[in-house]
Design a protein around this ligand. Sequence first.
Ligand code: HEC
Length: 155
Amino acid sequence: MKISIYATLAAITLALPAAAQDGDAAKGEKEFNKCKACHMIQAPDGTDIIKGGKTGPNLYGVVGRKIASEEGFKYGEGILEVAEKNPDLTWTEADLIEYVTDPKPWLVKMTDDKGAKTKMTFKMGKNQADVVAFLAQNSPDAGGDGEAAAEGESN
Ligand code: HEC
């Protein structure tokens, strides 16, 4: 059963062009209250956009950023394996929505390892697109459409 749910989710996210997933960034800013116990959004010049905790990596610029690439943050093995297996993969809004919904199955899918572990002990049941739209708003370098990356093919 699980498999088919993920397959359906993947089919839906693949079928939607990036624009159709647009959440509401203003709502997403409020939703980010659920994240800030563990995550801050801090610009490279040290400006706090959202003051937050350090349990998780700084999420400034995360859209378009390489997976698990925040300098100085000690990521768990699972997400590091995703980055290792997909060296050119950057966070797209679609992947972020899937990841914040439930990090573990995304890691399992991306690593092909059922035992993949996440250090992020948080799941988001709704309004994921809004929070991701807010992250995109704080990702000035996201620029072009990351989803076009050809490497995505290899899965
Ligand atoms: C209880 C603490 C906690 C909460 C709450 C939390 N996270 Fe996380 N998050 C983490 C940790 C820890 C990691 C690192 C995961 C790992 O290393 O496996 C992480 C990783 C991430 C990553 C990967 C970043 C990268 O550099 O590749 C994203 C994106 C993310 N979180 C988004 C969110 C969002 C959005 C929310 C709120 C909806 C949220 N998180 C809520 C702890 C948390």
